[in-house]
Write a protein that binds this ligand. Sequence first.
Ligand code: AMP
Length: 249
Amino acid sequence: MKILVAVKRAIDYNVKARPKSDGTGVDLANVKMSMNPFDEIAVEEALRLQEAGKVTEVVAISIGPTACQETLRTAMAMGADRGILVQTDDEVQPLAVAKLLQALVAKEAPGLVILGKQAIDDDSNQTGQMLAGLLGWPQGTFAAKIDVGEGTVEVKREVDGGLQTVALKLPAIVTADLRLNEPRYVKLPNIMKAKKKQLDVVSPADLGVDITPRLKLVKVAEPPARAGGVKVADVQELVAKLRNEAKVI
Ligand code: AMP
């Protein structure tokens, strides 16, 4: 069985994102970019399945500008067998990503597609669900554990108040949550090896997908600054403030 893993190049999770002064987006000038953390978890899970002998090939896919090749090389240094870049400098929203992945699924015929549960730049949490919808495949989102059996995959999902277990027929879509695994560190010799692995570049037009945005970004702004706290002398004062000022009791 082949696994496709979607890896997005996103603002590094250690960087404090700042809106551009004109509010048209997030300022990405000279900002460190990395693989979206949930996608590292997705790659790790695919590799563990391969190491367990359940998977024959792991293919990483990234959609975006040329710089996404770095993200694919990172996935290949972790252990992915090859990479596909769907290259575009245009904005690609979740529905367009899902349609591009759908086109690649038609070409590659994987048994499983693993995505991150969400990209930490747009926080959409939509792509995996949309891809499952487009393909008519079962989905196990927010996976904390997966077990691949004969023609099935069992996914433990993180839901409010606990874990829900679903059994899906393959082929299926899984999105990775934080507790699924701890991704491996990339070793230097593997970075060198990854440079030689196959990386194909295609365009959205090659895949016959129209990526015109459907959503309009109205404005990006900092959240309002939090007002400072105050110390109260005793419980009576606290209760009075909650009643008269905060009006919550
Ligand atoms: P989102 O729906 O934008 O929060 O993204 C959910 C997941 O979809 C990410 O964790 C990735 O696995 C995948 N994804 C989204 N955008 C891209 C992209 N441009 N290239 C590759 N994978 C992506």
